[in-house]
Design a protein around this ligand. Sequence first.
Ligand SMILES: C[S@@+](CC[C@H](N)C(=O)[O-])C[C@H]1O[C@@H](n2cnc3c(N)ncnc32)[C@H](O)[C@@H]1O
Length: 418
Amino acid sequence: MRVPEELETAFKNGFQEILERFAAQKGLIPEAGSLGSERFLARSVIPHVQKLSSLFNREENTAGQGSGLDPYWKESSNPGNLRLAYFLSFMPCNLFRVASIWSELGRLGFRWPADRPLNAIEFGAGPAAGACGIAAGERFSALGLSKVATWALIEQEKAVLQMGADWASHYFAELGFRDWGTRSFHRKIQLNAGPQSGFLPRSAPRFNLWVASYFLNEFPESSAELAESLVRSWDRHLDEEGLVIIVEPALRAQSRRLLEVRRELLRIREKRGIDWLQVLLPCLGHQACGALEAKEDWCHEEVSWWRPPYIREIDEMAKLDRKTLPFSYLVIAKSRRARDQILPALAGSGERAHRLVSPAHLEGRDSEFFICGKEGKRRARYRAEGDSFERGDILLGAEIRGDSQASRIEKMKGRLGK
Ligand SMILES: C[S@@+](CC[C@H](N)C(=O)[O-])C[C@H]1O[C@@H](n2cnc3c(N)ncnc32)[C@H](O)[C@@H]1O
């Protein structure tokens, strides 16, 4: 996915200072310059970063096993440093992922209605990476969000929820969103525990933006049960014209599970004639998922960013490579408007909008890549004439000949790249 240059470079300078000021004020780090100290990072941060990394990267682990971070938050011998390691090392990456999705909506012409205050909720907020990601997205790639906003943060772990609420208030103000506030809800969400179960209690209000970042995979329920609970909650607690942004890891198991949730959502939509439920992104239609057709396949995005200097240092010390950030995602709209009205940049492409779902490489004078569209996923070539393609690019009105194994794009009406 290509993001605007302003967002891509936004974290190179400035972010580290904002974060250091906050962490020093809250006593999370010894002093404002600590993030520049190799000794401090090596002692207090890197061991936890490595543990968390191996927990998150256990490929076949945990999708749907419900293990997640919960036991880990508690079991660590030094929970304070564990929270700090997550905050310093993982939160900014998830923040950037969410901001990138916001910029993708912007690239496709989505605009927030001028007279609608933001009334948002983040589930499994942890250190509020999702709420802060929307703020960064809006600051560096604006969709016209209102100056007044409330964020409800839901999280089962009290200390990390407090950190998230404090950090979000600090970051919002630093970005100039002085009338954005938070409310914290310390709560363990349970989906199958009797009448009060569900993402929100019945008495909860409606929201117009739902964000869940690296959260759904921590549930033990099946994709069908998750989808069922989601639709029920959106029916009651998502405003008309509201948006839902779900971000999940790019690993095969977790990514496939998100694709299965999409499939189940569309099944429910079809079966019950729910006309307000639209999957907006990354798929450009409600077709059967191209990746789920093959057992070993999955679908993810990737964004590049200029890392804050201390994250480059952490990466070097912990032997991580996060120059690019992979992730899987879904954006859902509760809207009866046609997709072209919601995402006007796609207008006129009808059924013929395709997304690149792999990197591109050169085959002679052709560019070769996988695309996904109405007819599913296919390998395609295009005589690019020096033009470069990237995962996430969108081809509009493409005329394609051939089958899923070998197609040729004869021509296209347009392309949404940078
Ligand atoms: C991997 S962290 C993600 C945190 C943050 N959203 C981010 O993107 O960095 C997942 C968070 O969800 C919380 N969580 C998991 N299951 C939960 C549940 N059932 N109810 C409330 N919070 C939950 C965990 O405690 C953890 O803080």
